[in-house]
Design a protein around this ligand. Structure first.
Ligand code: MG
Ligand code: MG
Length: 467
Protein backbone atom coordinates (compact mmCIF):
# COMPACT_ATOMS: atom_id res chain seq x y z
CA UNK A 1 0.00 0.00 0.00
CA UNK A 2 1.31 3.37 -0.93
CA UNK A 3 0.67 5.08 2.42
CA UNK A 4 3.81 3.51 3.80
CA UNK A 5 6.17 5.58 5.96
CA UNK A 6 8.69 5.91 3.12
CA UNK A 7 6.42 8.28 1.15
CA UNK A 8 5.24 10.25 4.19
CA UNK A 9 8.88 10.68 5.19
CA UNK A 10 9.82 11.89 1.71
CA UNK A 11 6.93 14.38 1.65
CA UNK A 12 7.99 15.74 5.02
CA UNK A 13 11.59 16.14 3.89
CA UNK A 14 10.49 17.77 0.64
CA UNK A 15 8.25 20.22 2.48
CA UNK A 16 11.03 20.91 5.00
CA UNK A 17 13.26 22.03 2.14
CA UNK A 18 10.53 23.87 0.24
CA UNK A 19 10.12 27.60 0.84
CA UNK A 20 6.65 29.07 1.35
CA UNK A 21 4.53 28.58 -1.75
CA UNK A 22 2.86 25.83 -3.71
CA UNK A 23 4.33 22.89 -5.61
CA UNK A 24 2.44 21.16 -8.41
CA UNK A 25 3.31 17.78 -9.91
CA UNK A 26 1.65 15.92 -12.74
CA UNK A 27 1.53 12.14 -13.28
CA UNK A 28 3.10 10.55 -16.35
CA UNK A 29 0.86 10.55 -19.42
CA UNK A 30 -0.52 7.39 -20.95
CA UNK A 31 1.19 6.86 -24.30
CA UNK A 32 -0.08 5.03 -27.35
CA UNK A 33 1.92 2.03 -28.54
CA UNK A 34 0.04 1.32 -31.76
CA UNK A 35 -3.54 1.03 -32.92
CA UNK A 36 -5.58 1.26 -29.74
CA UNK A 37 -2.93 -0.40 -27.56
CA UNK A 38 -1.17 1.69 -24.92
CA UNK A 39 2.39 1.27 -23.72
CA UNK A 40 2.61 -0.36 -20.29
CA UNK A 41 2.02 2.42 -17.79
CA UNK A 42 4.74 3.46 -15.39
CA UNK A 43 4.32 6.43 -13.13
CA UNK A 44 6.65 9.42 -13.46
CA UNK A 45 9.56 8.81 -11.10
CA UNK A 46 9.45 12.16 -9.28
CA UNK A 47 5.67 11.92 -8.93
CA UNK A 48 5.92 8.42 -7.52
CA UNK A 49 8.87 9.32 -5.32
CA UNK A 50 6.66 11.73 -3.36
CA UNK A 51 3.24 10.11 -3.63
CA UNK A 52 3.62 6.37 -4.18
CA UNK A 53 0.54 6.82 -6.39
CA UNK A 54 0.67 4.67 -9.50
CA UNK A 55 -2.42 5.74 -11.46
CA UNK A 56 -2.37 8.07 -14.48
CA UNK A 57 -4.32 11.33 -14.75
CA UNK A 58 -3.33 12.56 -11.32
CA UNK A 59 -1.94 15.79 -9.86
CA UNK A 60 -0.20 16.30 -6.53
CA UNK A 61 -0.17 19.69 -4.83
CA UNK A 62 1.94 20.71 -1.83
CA UNK A 63 1.14 23.94 -0.02
CA UNK A 64 3.37 25.52 2.59
CA UNK A 65 2.87 28.71 4.61
CA UNK A 66 5.16 28.78 7.62
CA UNK A 67 4.32 25.71 9.68
CA UNK A 68 1.05 25.08 7.83
CA UNK A 69 1.39 22.32 5.26
CA UNK A 70 -1.07 20.55 3.06
CA UNK A 71 -0.87 17.68 0.59
CA UNK A 72 -3.67 17.38 -1.97
CA UNK A 73 -4.20 14.70 -4.62
CA UNK A 74 -6.37 15.05 -7.71
CA UNK A 75 -7.20 11.57 -8.99
CA UNK A 76 -9.51 9.77 -11.36
CA UNK A 77 -12.92 9.45 -9.74
CA UNK A 78 -14.29 5.98 -9.15
CA UNK A 79 -16.11 4.71 -12.21
CA UNK A 80 -17.64 1.24 -11.83
CA UNK A 81 -18.17 0.85 -15.55
CA UNK A 82 -14.57 1.75 -16.48
CA UNK A 83 -13.23 -0.31 -13.60
CA UNK A 84 -14.85 -3.42 -15.06
CA UNK A 85 -12.59 -2.95 -18.09
CA UNK A 86 -9.29 -1.75 -16.67
CA UNK A 87 -9.32 -2.45 -12.95
CA UNK A 88 -9.94 -0.72 -9.66
CA UNK A 89 -9.14 2.93 -9.05
CA UNK A 90 -8.25 4.44 -5.72
CA UNK A 91 -10.82 7.15 -6.27
CA UNK A 92 -11.11 10.30 -4.18
CA UNK A 93 -11.80 8.35 -0.98
CA UNK A 94 -8.84 6.04 -1.53
CA UNK A 95 -6.52 9.00 -2.14
CA UNK A 96 -7.03 10.21 1.43
CA UNK A 97 -7.69 6.87 3.09
CA UNK A 98 -4.87 4.84 1.53
CA UNK A 99 -2.44 7.32 0.03
CA UNK A 100 -1.93 9.85 2.77
CA UNK A 101 -3.46 12.93 1.09
CA UNK A 102 -4.94 15.55 3.43
CA UNK A 103 -7.59 16.26 0.84
CA UNK A 104 -8.51 14.85 -2.58
CA UNK A 105 -10.61 15.86 -5.55
CA UNK A 106 -11.51 14.37 -8.94
CA UNK A 107 -8.75 15.19 -11.42
CA UNK A 108 -11.34 16.84 -13.68
CA UNK A 109 -11.50 19.69 -11.14
CA UNK A 110 -7.76 20.40 -11.15
CA UNK A 111 -7.65 23.33 -13.55
CA UNK A 112 -10.80 24.88 -12.05
CA UNK A 113 -9.22 24.82 -8.61
CA UNK A 114 -5.73 25.81 -9.75
CA UNK A 115 -6.20 29.62 -9.53
CA UNK A 116 -7.34 29.20 -5.94
CA UNK A 117 -4.25 27.14 -5.15
CA UNK A 118 -1.93 29.73 -6.72
CA UNK A 119 -3.64 32.91 -5.46
CA UNK A 120 -1.30 35.17 -3.45
CA UNK A 121 1.40 32.50 -3.19
CA UNK A 122 4.92 33.91 -3.17
CA UNK A 123 6.28 31.18 -5.41
CA UNK A 124 5.42 28.14 -7.48
CA UNK A 125 7.44 24.95 -7.70
CA UNK A 126 6.95 23.44 -11.15
CA UNK A 127 9.04 21.02 -13.19
CA UNK A 128 9.33 22.99 -16.39
CA UNK A 129 10.54 21.97 -19.81
CA UNK A 130 8.73 18.63 -19.63
CA UNK A 131 5.15 19.16 -20.78
CA UNK A 132 4.51 22.36 -22.68
CA UNK A 133 0.72 21.96 -22.73
CA UNK A 134 0.51 21.48 -18.96
CA UNK A 135 2.94 24.31 -18.23
CA UNK A 136 0.97 26.55 -20.59
CA UNK A 137 -2.25 26.00 -18.64
CA UNK A 138 -0.48 26.65 -15.32
CA UNK A 139 1.13 29.87 -16.53
CA UNK A 140 -2.19 30.97 -18.05
CA UNK A 141 -3.74 30.57 -14.57
CA UNK A 142 -0.95 32.71 -13.10
CA UNK A 143 -1.47 35.40 -15.74
CA UNK A 144 -5.19 35.35 -14.98
CA UNK A 145 -4.46 36.08 -11.32
CA UNK A 146 -2.12 38.93 -12.19
CA UNK A 147 -4.92 40.50 -14.21
CA UNK A 148 -6.90 40.67 -10.97
CA UNK A 149 -4.37 42.96 -9.31
CA UNK A 150 -6.97 45.65 -8.65
CA UNK A 151 -8.88 43.11 -6.56
CA UNK A 152 -5.79 42.69 -4.41
CA UNK A 153 -4.83 39.26 -5.72
CA UNK A 154 -1.75 38.08 -7.52
CA UNK A 155 -0.18 34.90 -8.79
CA UNK A 156 3.28 33.74 -7.83
CA UNK A 157 6.07 35.86 -9.32
CA UNK A 158 8.76 33.32 -8.72
CA UNK A 159 8.94 29.86 -10.30
CA UNK A 160 11.39 27.28 -9.01
CA UNK A 161 12.06 23.85 -10.47
CA UNK A 162 11.43 21.43 -7.56
CA UNK A 163 14.05 19.10 -8.97
CA UNK A 164 16.63 21.33 -7.28
CA UNK A 165 15.26 19.87 -4.04
CA UNK A 166 13.99 16.47 -5.16
CA UNK A 167 17.06 15.36 -7.01
CA UNK A 168 19.31 16.01 -4.05
CA UNK A 169 16.92 13.83 -2.03
CA UNK A 170 17.09 11.15 -4.70
CA UNK A 171 20.89 11.33 -5.02
CA UNK A 172 21.62 10.74 -1.33
CA UNK A 173 19.59 7.73 -0.29
CA UNK A 174 17.86 7.30 3.07
CA UNK A 175 18.01 4.02 4.97
CA UNK A 176 14.63 3.05 3.50
CA UNK A 177 15.82 3.94 -0.01
CA UNK A 178 18.88 1.72 0.42
CA UNK A 179 16.69 -1.15 1.65
CA UNK A 180 14.58 -0.76 -1.51
CA UNK A 181 17.67 -0.88 -3.73
CA UNK A 182 18.89 -3.94 -1.86
CA UNK A 183 15.58 -5.67 -2.61
CA UNK A 184 15.95 -4.92 -6.33
CA UNK A 185 19.57 -6.11 -6.22
CA UNK A 186 18.54 -9.37 -4.55
CA UNK A 187 15.94 -10.15 -7.21
CA UNK A 188 18.38 -9.21 -9.97
CA UNK A 189 21.31 -11.21 -8.63
CA UNK A 190 19.29 -14.36 -7.94
CA UNK A 191 17.93 -14.11 -11.48
CA UNK A 192 21.43 -13.72 -12.93
CA UNK A 193 22.50 -16.93 -11.18
CA UNK A 194 19.54 -18.71 -12.79
CA UNK A 195 20.15 -17.29 -16.26
CA UNK A 196 23.85 -18.14 -16.13
CA UNK A 197 22.84 -21.71 -15.30
CA UNK A 198 20.47 -21.69 -18.28
CA UNK A 199 22.80 -20.54 -21.04
CA UNK A 200 23.81 -23.09 -23.66
CA UNK A 201 25.36 -22.71 -27.09
CA UNK A 202 22.65 -22.79 -29.71
CA UNK A 203 20.04 -20.88 -27.78
CA UNK A 204 19.11 -17.44 -29.04
CA UNK A 205 19.99 -14.26 -27.19
CA UNK A 206 16.28 -13.56 -26.82
CA UNK A 207 15.72 -16.89 -25.12
CA UNK A 208 18.39 -16.04 -22.55
CA UNK A 209 16.84 -12.61 -22.01
CA UNK A 210 13.47 -14.29 -21.53
CA UNK A 211 14.87 -16.66 -18.91
CA UNK A 212 16.35 -13.72 -17.01
CA UNK A 213 13.13 -11.71 -17.15
CA UNK A 214 11.06 -14.77 -16.24
CA UNK A 215 13.20 -15.07 -13.12
CA UNK A 216 12.85 -11.34 -12.40
CA UNK A 217 9.08 -11.60 -12.50
CA UNK A 218 8.65 -14.70 -10.40
CA UNK A 219 11.05 -13.38 -7.78
CA UNK A 220 9.00 -10.23 -7.29
CA UNK A 221 10.27 -7.87 -10.00
CA UNK A 222 7.57 -5.51 -11.26
CA UNK A 223 9.24 -4.92 -14.63
CA UNK A 224 12.70 -4.39 -16.04
CA UNK A 225 14.45 -1.18 -15.02
CA UNK A 226 15.67 -0.85 -18.62
CA UNK A 227 15.76 -3.02 -21.71
CA UNK A 228 17.72 -6.21 -21.08
CA UNK A 229 20.98 -6.61 -22.96
CA UNK A 230 21.73 -10.23 -23.86
CA UNK A 231 24.67 -10.00 -26.22
CA UNK A 232 26.70 -12.94 -27.47
CA UNK A 233 30.08 -12.65 -29.16
CA UNK A 234 30.31 -9.63 -31.44
CA UNK A 235 26.93 -8.30 -30.22
CA UNK A 236 28.66 -7.47 -26.93
CA UNK A 237 30.79 -4.80 -28.61
CA UNK A 238 27.65 -2.68 -29.03
CA UNK A 239 27.19 -0.88 -25.72
CA UNK A 240 23.41 -0.70 -25.59
CA UNK A 241 22.65 -3.74 -27.71
CA UNK A 242 18.99 -4.65 -27.19
CA UNK A 243 18.08 -6.48 -30.38
CA UNK A 244 18.80 -9.76 -28.60
CA UNK A 245 18.05 -11.80 -31.69
CA UNK A 246 21.27 -13.65 -32.55
CA UNK A 247 22.14 -17.29 -31.87
CA UNK A 248 24.72 -17.89 -29.13
CA UNK A 249 27.80 -19.64 -30.47
CA UNK A 250 29.77 -22.17 -28.47
CA UNK A 251 32.89 -19.99 -28.42
CA UNK A 252 31.08 -16.78 -27.56
CA UNK A 253 31.42 -14.73 -24.46
CA UNK A 254 27.93 -13.65 -23.44
CA UNK A 255 27.41 -10.20 -21.96
CA UNK A 256 24.22 -9.80 -19.97
CA UNK A 257 23.34 -6.33 -18.60
CA UNK A 258 20.01 -6.04 -16.85
CA UNK A 259 18.13 -4.97 -13.76
CA UNK A 260 14.85 -5.86 -12.12
CA UNK A 261 12.72 -2.96 -11.00
CA UNK A 262 11.07 -3.57 -7.64
CA UNK A 263 8.79 -0.91 -6.14
CA UNK A 264 10.11 1.73 -8.53
CA UNK A 265 13.78 1.08 -7.78
CA UNK A 266 16.10 -0.77 -10.12
CA UNK A 267 19.35 -2.66 -9.93
CA UNK A 268 21.88 -2.62 -12.77
CA UNK A 269 24.17 -5.61 -13.13
CA UNK A 270 26.42 -6.89 -15.91
CA UNK A 271 28.16 -10.20 -16.10
CA UNK A 272 30.15 -11.63 -19.00
CA UNK A 273 30.54 -15.39 -19.16
CA UNK A 274 31.49 -18.09 -21.66
CA UNK A 275 28.61 -19.79 -23.49
CA UNK A 276 30.53 -23.07 -23.20
CA UNK A 277 30.87 -22.75 -19.44
CA UNK A 278 34.69 -22.60 -19.76
CA UNK A 279 36.73 -19.45 -20.33
CA UNK A 280 39.28 -19.60 -23.12
CA UNK A 281 41.90 -17.24 -24.54
CA UNK A 282 41.96 -14.53 -25.67
CA UNK A 283 38.65 -13.74 -23.96
CA UNK A 284 39.96 -14.83 -20.57
CA UNK A 285 42.82 -12.31 -20.64
CA UNK A 286 40.48 -9.51 -21.66
CA UNK A 287 38.11 -10.57 -18.90
CA UNK A 288 40.82 -10.55 -16.24
CA UNK A 289 41.87 -6.99 -17.12
CA UNK A 290 38.30 -5.73 -16.91
CA UNK A 291 37.83 -7.50 -13.59
CA UNK A 292 41.02 -5.98 -12.23
CA UNK A 293 39.89 -2.54 -13.38
CA UNK A 294 36.53 -2.99 -11.71
CA UNK A 295 38.14 -3.99 -8.41
CA UNK A 296 40.47 -0.99 -8.55
CA UNK A 297 37.55 1.37 -9.17
CA UNK A 298 35.44 -0.13 -6.38
CA UNK A 299 38.41 0.14 -4.01
CA UNK A 300 38.56 3.88 -4.71
CA UNK A 301 34.99 4.45 -3.47
CA UNK A 302 34.80 6.16 -0.09
CA UNK A 303 33.41 9.42 1.28
CA UNK A 304 35.48 12.34 0.06
CA UNK A 305 36.71 10.59 -3.07
CA UNK A 306 35.56 12.11 -6.33
CA UNK A 307 33.67 10.48 -9.15
CA UNK A 308 36.66 11.26 -11.36
CA UNK A 309 39.05 9.42 -9.05
CA UNK A 310 36.88 6.30 -9.23
CA UNK A 311 36.79 6.58 -13.03
CA UNK A 312 40.54 7.04 -13.30
CA UNK A 313 41.34 4.16 -10.94
CA UNK A 314 39.55 1.82 -13.34
CA UNK A 315 40.78 3.54 -16.48
CA UNK A 316 44.46 3.16 -15.54
CA UNK A 317 44.09 -0.60 -15.21
CA UNK A 318 42.23 -0.83 -18.51
CA UNK A 319 45.05 1.08 -20.22
CA UNK A 320 47.63 -1.28 -18.75
CA UNK A 321 45.49 -4.10 -20.06
CA UNK A 322 45.31 -2.63 -23.55
CA UNK A 323 49.12 -2.59 -23.66
CA UNK A 324 49.44 -6.11 -22.25
CA UNK A 325 46.89 -7.38 -24.79
CA UNK A 326 48.94 -5.86 -27.61
CA UNK A 327 46.17 -3.48 -28.64
CA UNK A 328 47.95 -0.22 -27.76
CA UNK A 329 51.51 0.95 -27.36
CA UNK A 330 52.72 3.54 -24.85
CA UNK A 331 52.47 4.21 -21.15
CA UNK A 332 49.31 4.64 -19.11
CA UNK A 333 50.04 8.35 -18.96
CA UNK A 334 50.47 8.83 -22.70
CA UNK A 335 47.48 6.62 -23.52
CA UNK A 336 45.20 8.60 -21.20
CA UNK A 337 46.59 11.93 -22.43
CA UNK A 338 46.05 11.00 -26.08
CA UNK A 339 42.70 9.31 -25.54
CA UNK A 340 43.82 6.38 -27.67
CA UNK A 341 41.93 4.00 -25.34
CA UNK A 342 38.58 5.51 -26.34
CA UNK A 343 37.77 3.17 -29.25
CA UNK A 344 37.84 0.33 -26.70
CA UNK A 345 36.44 2.02 -23.57
CA UNK A 346 34.15 4.83 -24.60
CA UNK A 347 31.96 5.38 -21.56
CA UNK A 348 32.42 6.57 -18.00
CA UNK A 349 33.03 4.14 -15.16
CA UNK A 350 29.46 4.25 -13.89
CA UNK A 351 26.42 6.31 -12.97
CA UNK A 352 24.11 7.09 -10.08
CA UNK A 353 21.53 4.37 -9.48
CA UNK A 354 18.10 4.46 -7.87
CA UNK A 355 14.56 4.97 -9.10
CA UNK A 356 15.90 5.53 -12.61
CA UNK A 357 18.71 3.34 -13.87
CA UNK A 358 20.72 6.42 -14.83
CA UNK A 359 19.55 8.14 -11.73
CA UNK A 360 19.37 11.86 -11.20
CA UNK A 361 22.05 14.04 -9.72
CA UNK A 362 25.05 15.99 -10.94
CA UNK A 363 28.48 14.50 -11.62
CA UNK A 364 30.20 17.86 -11.66
CA UNK A 365 29.40 21.00 -9.67
CA UNK A 366 30.92 24.30 -10.75
CA UNK A 367 33.20 22.35 -13.08
CA UNK A 368 34.57 20.19 -10.27
CA UNK A 369 33.85 16.45 -10.04
CA UNK A 370 31.35 15.74 -7.31
CA UNK A 371 32.58 14.33 -4.01
CA UNK A 372 31.11 11.03 -2.86
CA UNK A 373 28.97 11.09 0.27
CA UNK A 374 27.45 8.26 2.35
CA UNK A 375 24.11 7.25 0.89
CA UNK A 376 25.06 7.68 -2.75
CA UNK A 377 24.76 4.58 -4.93
CA UNK A 378 26.95 4.27 -7.98
CA UNK A 379 27.44 1.54 -10.55
CA UNK A 380 30.98 0.45 -11.35
CA UNK A 381 31.11 -0.96 -14.86
CA UNK A 382 34.39 -0.87 -16.75
CA UNK A 383 34.49 -2.67 -20.05
CA UNK A 384 36.60 -3.38 -23.10
CA UNK A 385 34.92 -3.55 -26.50
CA UNK A 386 36.76 -4.80 -29.54
CA UNK A 387 34.62 -4.13 -32.58
CA UNK A 388 35.37 -4.42 -36.26
CA UNK A 389 38.24 -1.90 -36.16
CA UNK A 390 40.08 -3.69 -33.34
CA UNK A 391 43.18 -5.84 -33.88
CA UNK A 392 42.34 -9.30 -35.16
CA UNK A 393 43.67 -11.01 -32.05
CA UNK A 394 40.83 -9.65 -29.91
CA UNK A 395 38.22 -8.63 -32.51
CA UNK A 396 34.64 -9.53 -31.63
CA UNK A 397 35.17 -9.62 -27.88
CA UNK A 398 33.13 -7.39 -25.60
CA UNK A 399 33.46 -7.61 -21.82
CA UNK A 400 31.76 -5.52 -19.14
CA UNK A 401 31.45 -6.26 -15.43
CA UNK A 402 29.04 -4.16 -13.39
CA UNK A 403 28.11 -4.00 -9.73
CA UNK A 404 26.11 -1.54 -7.65
CA UNK A 405 27.98 0.11 -4.80
CA UNK A 406 26.72 2.10 -1.81
CA UNK A 407 28.98 4.77 -0.37
CA UNK A 408 29.06 4.21 3.41
CA UNK A 409 30.46 6.19 6.32
CA UNK A 410 33.59 4.06 6.33
CA UNK A 411 34.02 3.37 2.63
CA UNK A 412 31.61 1.37 0.53
CA UNK A 413 29.43 -1.69 0.38
CA UNK A 414 28.84 -3.69 -2.80
CA UNK A 415 25.09 -4.38 -3.00
CA UNK A 416 25.23 -6.95 -5.79
CA UNK A 417 26.57 -10.44 -5.44
CA UNK A 418 26.94 -12.56 -8.55
CA UNK A 419 30.16 -14.57 -9.03
CA UNK A 420 32.72 -12.74 -11.15
CA UNK A 421 35.99 -14.63 -10.62
CA UNK A 422 36.49 -16.85 -13.68
CA UNK A 423 36.68 -20.07 -11.65
CA UNK A 424 33.55 -19.10 -9.68
CA UNK A 425 31.65 -18.49 -12.89
CA UNK A 426 32.77 -21.83 -14.33
CA UNK A 427 31.67 -23.60 -11.14
CA UNK A 428 28.29 -21.83 -11.23
CA UNK A 429 27.72 -22.83 -14.85
CA UNK A 430 28.64 -26.47 -14.35
CA UNK A 431 26.95 -28.59 -15.53
CA UNK A 432 25.97 -26.41 -18.45
CA UNK A 433 22.26 -25.62 -18.77
CA UNK A 434 21.38 -27.05 -15.37
CA UNK A 435 18.57 -24.50 -14.94
CA UNK A 436 16.39 -26.26 -17.46
CA UNK A 437 14.19 -28.81 -15.76
CA UNK A 438 15.05 -27.56 -12.28
CA UNK A 439 12.87 -24.49 -11.96
CA UNK A 440 11.69 -24.48 -8.38
CA UNK A 441 8.80 -22.50 -6.91
CA UNK A 442 9.89 -19.22 -5.37
CA UNK A 443 8.74 -17.91 -2.00
CA UNK A 444 8.50 -14.13 -2.02
CA UNK A 445 8.78 -11.77 0.91
CA UNK A 446 8.78 -14.47 3.57
CA UNK A 447 5.21 -15.51 2.77
CA UNK A 448 4.11 -18.92 1.65
CA UNK A 449 2.95 -17.52 -1.66
CA UNK A 450 4.16 -19.56 -4.58
CA UNK A 451 4.15 -17.50 -7.74
CA UNK A 452 4.67 -20.15 -10.32
CA UNK A 453 5.36 -23.75 -10.98
CA UNK A 454 7.11 -24.78 -14.11
CA UNK A 455 8.68 -27.99 -15.16
CA UNK A 456 10.23 -27.43 -18.55
CA UNK A 457 12.03 -30.74 -18.20
CA UNK A 458 11.24 -31.60 -21.77
CA UNK A 459 13.49 -28.79 -23.01
CA UNK A 460 16.49 -30.15 -24.82
CA UNK A 461 19.51 -28.29 -26.16
CA UNK A 462 19.17 -27.27 -29.75
CA UNK A 463 21.96 -27.77 -32.18
CA UNK A 464 24.82 -25.37 -31.90
CA UNK A 465 24.27 -22.44 -34.20
CA UNK A 466 27.92 -22.01 -35.04
CA UNK A 467 29.15 -25.55 -34.92
MG1 MG B 1 24.94 0.81 -15.71
MG1 MG C 1 24.09 -1.90 -16.88
Amino acid sequence: MAATPIFADRRKRFLDRMRDGVAVFRSAPVTLRNGDVDNPYRQDTDFHFLTGFEEPEAYAVFEKTGKVRKYTLFVRASDPEQEVWVGRRAGVDGATRDHGADEAFPQTEFFDRLPGLLRNRPRLYLEFGRDAAFEGRVTAAIEGLKAEARKGTSGPWEVIDPRTVLWEMRLVKSGADVAAIEAACRVTCDSFLAAMRAVRPGMNERELAAVLEFEFRRRGGDRVGFETIAAAGRSATTLHYIRNDQPIGDRDLVLMDAGAEVSYVTADVTRTFPASGRFAEPGLSVYRWVLQAQKAAIAAIRPGATYREVHEAGLKVLCRGLVALGVLKGTVKTIIASGSYRPYFMHRIGHWLGSDVHDVGPYFVDGQPITLRPGMVITVEPGLYFGDAAPKSVRGIGVRIEDDVLVTKDGHRVLTDVPKEPDQIEALMSPLGSWWGRVEPVTIGGTEEVRTRTSPASRRPRRSARA
